[in-house]
Ligand binder design. Structure first.
Ligand code: CAA
Length: 377
């Protein structure tokens, strides 16, 4: 067993760390406060090759491995989990999905600009009445000549307002249930396609989350991903991959909680000494550090298995389940170590807790991860 990273992986990790510190950190508190989308930061991430990290150079991607992607995601999310999710959706759900299942036309037209970071993607599966039970799609698409006509509503869509290209799942044959669901690429600006207002969220406030509405939205036949009727299998396969992205985001938040709490404990004095010298604080930090390491190892294992061409469904679900729990525990303990200071914006740790919560919900709740793991057992 080899726990060493390659030179290239270390270089990518360092690049992500420096970028996060210099370009993302300075505006993170303000963007969180104002729920402001990081447009310029996303553009620069694209220039670095971080928006299409695992896409082959043939399709204008950076051609990096999954381990590098996880390392970069951790560094970015450690500084700003909102930027982390924008990057994760574009990389693991949208680009990976189009690279694996898109036709030549789709790859040429949509994947290339997405991988270059010139365009942004969104993944639209959830609906007002189809969240965890994703087979219950009410959005429909019917054929009219050489076009598909989409009608319906999607909910909780990350990058919902800012995206250019949307992967949309719709029911094309109700009789066939999940075998009658099809995935399409829908372009922003297509007549009848609109987004709702940005949700006013607890955390990851700098990313935008919206509903989408489709009113007789006409999409050409060549925008069908994979095949008619394969949309549900497509979404399930792609979400397996998305889950190590969200696990990386959670690891980033957990590491940030640990490092911020450790630093504070070495500065803050109580009862005549730095609070780090009190065993109560040491025990908390030791527990946090152990859990962060375990969470990171689970996530890297899932990434390593993907790179090795192995099946990683169970491992990705385990990583997401565990890392999101650890991130919650670490953010909570970081606030406790900070005492009253942990409860105000200036000290960052309250944001870690707010940002963390969603990692237990999106791309499959913790309860859904347990179902996936149990089925794989
Ligand atoms: N990987 C691959 N295929 C899978 C799969 C998996 N993890 N889970 C199910 N499938 C396949 C099955 O093999 C089956 O395929 P066939 O019919 O071809 O054999 C098909 O899907 C249906 O499976 P089930 O009968 O088991 O379906 P189910 O309804 O009992 O359960 C579920 C499926 C796992 C609970 C699924 O509905 C699920 O994953 N729900 C969670 C949805 C989710 O993650 N939503 C996140 C939204 S996206 C998001 O959050 C992005 C964002 O913006 C950040």
């Amino acid at each position: 067993m080899n726990f060493d990273f390659t030179e290239e992986q270390i270089m990518i990790q360092q690049t992500a760390r420096e970028f996060a510190q210099t370009e993302i950190a300075p505006s993170s508190i303000e963007r969180d406060k104002n729920a402001e989308f990081p447009t310029e930061i996303v553009k620069k991430l694209g220039e670095l090759g971080f928006m299409g990290m695992m896409v082959s150079p043939e399709y204008d991607g950076a051609g990096m491995d999954t381990v590098s992607y996880v390392l970069a995601m951790i560094e970015i999310s450690k500084v700003d989990a909102s930027v982390g999710v924008i990057m994760s959706v574009n990389n693991s759900l949208v680009c990976s999905g189009l690279q694996k299942y898109g036709s030549d036309h789709i790859k040429e037209t949509f994947l290339k600009p997405l991988a270059r970071g010139e365009k942004l993607g969104a993944f639209a599966l959830s609906e007002p009445e189809a969240g965890s039970d994703a087979t219950q799609q009410r959005t429909t698409a019917h054929k009219d000549g050489d076009k598909w006509v989409i009608n319906g509503i999607k909910n909780w869509i990350t990058n919902g307002k800012s995206a250019d290209y949307y992967i949309v799942m719709a029911q094309t044959d109700k009789e066939k249930k999940h075998k009658g669901i099809t995935a399409f690429v829908v372009e922003k600006g297509t007549p009848g396609f609109d987004h709702g207002v940005k949700e006013d969220k607890l955390g990851i406030r700098s990313s935008d989350t919206c509903s989408l509405t489709f009113e007789n939205v006409k999409v050409p036949e060549e925008n069908v991903i994979w095949e008619v009727g394969k949309g549900f299998n497509f979404a399930m396969n792609i979400l397996n991959g998305g889950r190590y992205g969200i696990a990386s985001q959670a690891v980033g938040i957990a590491e940030a909680s640990l490092e911020t709490a450790l630093k504070y404990s070495q500065e803050r004095k109580a009862f005549g000494t730095e609070i780090f010298n009190h065993q109560a604080i040491q025990f908390k930090l030791a527990e946090m550090a152990t859990k962060v390491d375990a969470a990171k190892l689970l996530t890297l294992r899932a990434a390593y298995m993907r790179d090795a061409g192995q099946k990683y469904v169970k491992e990705a679900a385990m990583a997401k389940l565990y890392t999101s729990k650890v991130a919650m525990e670490c953010a909570d303990e970081a606030i406790q170590i900070h005492g009253g200071y942990g409860y105000v914006r200036e000290y960052l740790v309250e944001r870690y807790l707010r940002d963390e919560k969603i990692t237990e919900i999106y791309e499959g709740t913790s309860e859904i991860q347990k179902i996936i793991i149990a089925r794989e057992l």
